[in-house]
Design a protein. Structure first.
Length: 338
């Protein structure tokens, strides 16, 4: 199959919408990462997403809608969910809601809840409206690779596997949406994203974090979100993450490692001069910039053939929890507090 890349515009969006209506898979930009979309209600189309990504069938997809009215046929909307949608949609917040029969089991991996979100990106919204469909869309990477934050990343992973990629520049947020379980009395973040626990608590009164956000699942522990079981966001090289005061992190990296042996440093911009001529890439200067850059940097380091990666992280709390959750998984939880 030939994969065509088109800058998003009226014509290419029409073409993409027609492909979706015909049961095909199309990649498109959102504010978080690029998505690999298909008609969420068409079992065959959804299977084609799993095939293109080589995604395990037990990892459910997020269904993207253009507004909350589109949910009526898909799921049961609770009062808390509605409040959160009014506060954060369109935006990077995914809600798990009791699904209706129209949503096929492949989309939800057999669960009785469906994950729904309204993306805050003009191309994604126009595509959903133009197609008239709810669009199931996981991140547009091959399973296990870092999520794509540009059309070029999607092309790397999906070339020859899907008919079309809509190009819409780099993704503003850079990490996937917050996944929120709203089935209990208190909402619970299963995957942290740009909408933080604190922001959710302001609207819902309270909000908790799933314990497995910053540690591996223990033997026999149930994964509240199936995606947590799977290897994720991984660069090819072994990665170690250091947190704590700048000076201590810099000293640890310089004193303990010889990066001339194929290693690369991933550090905050203001710390780069301290590493002298050692091979470094910048992760920005704030957790928000770090989130925007992380997946791109991991892909760059794969391309450079990095043998190992020494990364500077942030304290895993508040706004930094999203990027630190991805760094934890990319490093197989090798996080060293200094
Ligand atoms: P991705 O589509 O690659 O951003 O991944 C979607 C994430 O949402 C994965 O971690 C899934 O496991 C999670 N997810 C989707 N649907 C559900 C659901 N019904 N219940 C729990 N987690 C879900
Ligand atoms: Mg993904």
């Amino acid at each position: 199959m030939q994969t065509i890349c088109h800058p998003a515009g009226d014509e290419s969006l029409k073409q993409a919408a027609a492909l979706l209506q015909a049961g095909q898979v199309v990649a498109f930009p959102t504010e978080t990462v690029y998505g690999l979309g298909a008609n969420a209600l068409d079992e065959h189309a959804v299977r084609a997403i799993f095939a293109a990504k080589e995604r395990p069938a037990d990892n459910p997809l997020i269904v993207h809608v253009a507004d909350k009215n589109q949910l009526t046929e898909l799921c049961q909307v609770t009062e808390t969910a509605e409040k959160l949608m009014d506060a954060f949609w369109p935006g990077p917040l995914t809600l798990l809601l009791k699904k209706k029969d129209i949503v096929p089991d492949v989309t939800t991996a057999g669960l009785d809840t469906v994950a729904v979100r309204c993306p805050n990106h003009p191309v994604a919204l126009q595509l959903i409206r133009e197609s008239g469909l709810p669009i199931a869309a996981p991140s547009a990477n091959r399973s296990g690779r870092p999520s794509p934050t540009s059309a070029a990343h999607v092309y790397e992973d999906m070339q020859g596997r899907i008919p079309m990629i809509l190009e819409g520049g780099s993704c503003r947020v850079g990490v996937e949406s917050t996944v929120l379980d709203v089935s209990g009395d208190v909402p619970c973040v299963l995957r942290p994203g740009a909408i933080t626990r604190e922001m959710i608590a302001q609207i819902a009164g309270d909000c908790t974090l799933a314990p497995s956000i910053m540690r591996p699942l223990q033997a026999g522990e149930h994964a509240p979100s199936p995606g947590m079981k799977h290897r994720h966001y991984a660069p090819k090289a072994k990665m170690t993450v250091f947190t704590g005061e700048d000076e201590k992190v810099i000293e640890a990296i310089i004193a303990r490692y010889d990066v001339s042996e194929g290693g690369w440093i991933l550090a905050q911009t203001h710390c780069l001069p301290a590493f002298g001529s050692r091979r470094c890439l910048s992760l920005g200067d704030s957790p928000r910039e770090g989130a925007q850059l992380l997946f791109q940097r991991l892909r760059e380091l794969d391309e450079k053939g990095a043998a190992f990666i020494l990364a500077q992280g942030w304290e895993a709390e508040g706004e930094a929890l999203a990027v630190m959750n991805r760094m934890a998984r990319a490093s197989a939880f090798d996080i060293v507090p200094m």
